[in-house]
Design a protein around this ligand. Structure first.
Ligand code: SF4
Length: 198
């Protein structure tokens, strides 16, 4: 990844802004939409190769452990794990969207806490340093759901980068899997799997 030096500040800014006001967590959608936009536009992994702040965070924090970490398990690269993670991503996004619709229609109470892996409440009190008035409660609910998704995947990625190689998460990241499937479909040929020592 080229020029990744300060991109990790984007990830840190996301969490800092969400701690200041949870509604800003919806900015996390940019990290989901932009890679797909660039993929469709460039027909290659432009986001992953040049702009991803999360990969930059893993590379920056994992730099010192890069040689000590174990090799990435083959099941991450060639197995079905990446498809399970992709399924989890779509289930999470669907639950976030559908529950938000239910809250907006008054059929469900808003869930105003972050959760890890959809079901485990995260015992962190977000300080909320300033208020942004005028947002409906469904938007606050949706913001918490996006924050939960971003936190879950970031924490799992950090654990993996500490255990294995810095960019282990990239081998099972939904964006990477979607990109591989799209490029494979475009070129009609097999993609070379990510290096085990990524
Ligand atoms: S695979 Fe995921 S975490 Fe890795 S660079 Fe791409 S978008 Fe970022």
């Amino acid at each position: 990844m080229k020029n990744h030096k300060y991109l990790y500040l984007g990830t840190l800014s996301f969490f800092a802004l969400s701690f200041m006001n949870i509604h800003l967590a919806v900015l996390g959608l940019i990290c989901m939409a932009l890679p797909v936009y660039l993929l469709l536009k460039d027909k290659k992994k432009t986001w992953c190769q040049s702009y991803c702040p999360r990969a930059s965070l893993y590379m920056t924090l994992g730099k010192k452990r890069a040689k000590k970490g174990k090799n990435i398990p083959l099941s991450f690269i060639k197995g079905k794990l990446k498809y399970y993670v992709l399924a989890y991503f779509f289930v999470s996004l669907s639950i976030a969207a559908l529950s938000t619709i239910q809250v907006a229609r008054g059929h469900m109470s808003p869930m105003l806490i972050p959760r890890f892996l959809l079901i485990i409440p995260i015992p962190v009190s977000l300080p909320q340093l300033f208020t942004l008035s005028g947002f409906p409660v469904w938007f606050t609910h949706f913001s918490f759901r996006i924050f939960s998704m971003m936190t879950t995947t970031t924490v799992i990625g950090l654990i993996l980068s500490y255990t294995y190689k810095p960019r282990t998460w990239c081998t099972i990241c939904p964006i990477n899997t979607i990109s591989d499937l799209y490029i494979m479909d475009q070129k009609g040929k097999k993609i070379t799997p990510a290096k085990r020592t990524a």
